[in-house]
Structures are given as structure tokens and as C-alpha cells.
Design a protein around this ligand. Structure first.
Ligand code: FAD
Length: 317
């Protein structure tokens, strides 16, 4: 079922999670254990992130520098299919501009289509550890909106080969990302919202937000999106703090604001166990407030969240 249909037919706020594929060399059991912990709370859908190949450089004894490209977290497509098959739940793989030429993106879309996947979160993709600035692949897309357009064309049976008159139309429901505290590269929140609107006009049916720790940013963002004419559901993304250092690290990594009260509380904790308790409590309060204010879905980022999402789900769903 499409995410948009799940949202439109919901009676209450839905629960969903994002899973990150295991690091290369690890097995899939850790992922299954995480889902096993949460499946009783009936996640409406599970997102699987995508991570493009990264270049690594090493020096031979001769002094020659060797470049190697390695995918540190491979397996998005296989994981999507295996979770759908094992848990009979909707899974939303992420598809990024980064890591794909347009032809490779089309091949990935064909794989998703053949596997019966109906949902995608379409993104520009991270710059990679060496690049703060996103550099598109040769013959790839620069902005998420262009990839949205490609998916929409395929939904109409239009493939890249212009000589092909009518191909088999896919049937993807497309979600895109939004940033309550502005995307780091955007000149202003207003221009960022205009580009977000372009993604919706191109065919995106819902938005998932970057994490935030102060709900007011989400409420203000939704208001500004509505004023700009964006009418699709806006799903809040939530990440419970699980480690002492996250009050410092997350604002730098994700360009967001950490509320002073939360920072003070975490800084008073003597270890990660206490920090996790504070983070879980904070996230429960955030969730209750978002539900009270009509959020369509609460979408939880599970990476490094320990068992806090289960505690939050027990308190909320
Ligand atoms: P875009 O919508 O392309 O926007 C990127 C920037 O360009 C913004 O500043 C925007 O204002 C500007 N812009 C947009 N269109 C135009 C235009 N036409 N002209 C000029 N400027 C423009 N990354 C991954 O690598 N893998 C993942 O699985 C992943 N999952 C994510 C899930 C969520 C919910 C979120 C919020 C982010 C995720 N990311 C992921 C990170 C994301 O790829 C980065 O934040 C990326 O920098 C921006 O992606 P986007 O799709 O919002 O980009």
C-alpha cells in the first residue's frame, strides 16, 4: 500500500521508523532484532536509507596512491525486499541522486518495481565524508526535484530511451525531505521552502522532516509551507538522544538547534545510560505534543537509539 493511502486512511497518528543498513561485514540479524522489538507497535512503514560508495585512498610501499571505492553500507534493495517479505510491512527505500547516473537510477527503479515496492523517499543524498558540498555523479541529477521528475515519468511509462514509445508504467508513491531549521546549503528558509514546493509540484506526495528537538520549529515550518501553498502531509522526523555527546554532535552534523533545557539536562547526566533516559523522556514529551497537534505520522530515526524507541512506542502507541 502507498504511504499516502496509509496516511489518508489513518484513524490516529501513525508510527514509522527509519533503519540504516548494517556496515559492510555485518549480518542482517541486528536489523531483524531491532524490528522484532518494534513490530508489535505496528509501524505503518519502515524506511531504509541509501549510502553511496565512498572513495578511500591508501599508499603503497612504492609511494603510489591507490584510490578504492567502497560501499560501506550496501544492501538497501535486498534489505527492502527481505523486510517486506519477512514482516509483511510497507518498506520505503531511499533513492538518492548521489551514487547514480540517470541510467543507473532507472535500473534501480526497475528493480524496485519488479520487487513490488510502491514507495520511495527521493533525495539529493549526502555529500559524503570529504564533501560538505554535494557533487552530482557524471550524468546524474543535481537536485532531488530532478529525480522526482524521473520517477514521475517512469510512472507514466516514459523511460530514458526516447525511442521507446511506451514502457510499463511504474506506480511509485514519492516522499521527499524537508528541513524545519533550513537545509544547510539553502540561502534562507523561504528559498528552501520554494524548492520544497517545486518537489511537491513535480509529484512528491508527502514530506518527511529532518530531526528537530523543539517542536516549535516543526509547527512554524508547517505553517510556512501551508502559506507557500504546500498542502501535502508533513511527517515529523524524531531522534531520541541516546548518548551524552549527541547534544554537541547532532547540531553540527545536522545543522539544527538543541534546546537549552535539553542540553542542560544531558550535561547533568553522569553517563550514557542516564543520557538515554533523559533523551527518551524528552522524545516522549515531543511525541505527545505532536500527536495532540495532529501530526500524521511520527517517524523515528533508529540509528544508535538503543532500546529507547521501544520505550517511546510503549508510552505512545
Ligand atoms: P534537495 O531537495 O535537492 O535540496 C538540496 C539543497 O539545494 C537545498 O539547500 C535546497 O534549498 C537547494 N535546492 C533544491 N532545488 C534547487 C534548485 N532547483 N536550484 C537551486 N537550489 C536548489 N542522505 C543520504 O545520502 N541517504 C539517505 O538515505 C538519506 N535519507 C534522508 C532522509 C531524510 C528524512 C532527510 C531529511 C535527509 C536524508 N538524507 C539522506 C540527507 C539528504 O540527502 C541531505 O540532507 C541532502 O543534503 C539534501 O537532500 P534533499 O533531498 O533535501 O535535497
Amino acid at each position: 500500500m502507498k504511504v499516502i493511502d496509509l496516511i489518508n486512511s489513518r484513524k490516529n497518528t501513525l508510527f514509522s521508523i527509519e533503519i540504516v543498513p548494517p556496515l559492510r561485514g555485518n549480518n542482517v540479524e541486528g536489523i531483524y532484532q531491532r524490528i522484532d522489538q518494534l513490530i508489535e507497535f505496528k509501524p505503518a512503514f519502515i524506511n531504509i536509507t541509501y549510502h553511496k560508495d565512498e572513495a578511500t585512498y591508501s599508499q603503497l610501499k612504492s609511494g603510489k596512491i591507490i584510490k578504492r571505492t567502497i560501499s560501506k553500507r550496501p544492501g538497501t534493495v535486498a534489505l527492502t525486499a527481505s523486510i517486506m517479505n519477512k514482516y509483511k510491512v510497507e518498506v520505503v527505500p531511499h533513492l538518492t541522486c548521489g551514487g547514480f547516473s540517470k541510467d543507473q537510477a532507472e535500473n534501480a527503479l526497475i528493480d524496485f518495481n519488479f520487487l513490488g515496492i510502491e514507495n520511495l523517499l527521493v533525495l539529493q543524498g549526502d555529500g559524503g565524508k570529504d564533501n560538505d558540498v554535494f557533487i552530482p555523479d557524471p550524468d546524474g541529477h543535481r537536485y532531488a526535484v530532478e529525480l522526482v521528475e524521473q520517477v514521475v515519468k517512469m510512472n507514466q511509462g516514459k523511460y530514458l530511451d526516447e525511442n521507446m514509445e511506451q514502457g510499463n508504467p511504474s506506480n511509485f508513491c514519492i516522499g521527499v525531505a524537508g528541513y524545519p531549521e533550513k537545509h544547510y546549503a539553502a540561502a534562507s528558509l523561504e528559498s528552501d521552502i520554494q524548492y520544497l514546493k517545486a518537489k511537491v509540484l513535480a509529484g512528491a506526495e508527502y514530506i518527511v522532516t529532518q530531526m528537530f528537538f523543539d517542536n516549535q520549529y516543526y509547527y512554524d515550518f508547517v505553517k510556512k509551507c501551508r502559506a507557500a501553498g504546500i498542502e501535502v502531509p508533513i511527517i515529523p522526523g524524531l531522534k531520541p538522544i541516546a548518548l551524552l555527546n549527541q547534544v554537541e554532535v547532532l547540531p553540527k552534523l545536522f545543522h539544527l538547534h538543541m534546546p537549552e533545557d535539553l542540553t542542560k539536562e544531558i550535561n547533568r547526566c553522569k553517563d550514557n545510560k542516564e543520557a538515554l533516559e533523559v533523551g527518551t523522556r524528552w522524545s516522549i514529551e515531543q511525541s505527545k505534543d505532536l500527536i495532540k497537534n495532529g501530526a500524521p505520522v511520527l517517524h523515528f530515526y533508529t540509528l544508535g537509539a538503543g532500546n529507547s524507541i521501544r520505550k517511546i512506542a510503549e508510552a505512545i502507541f
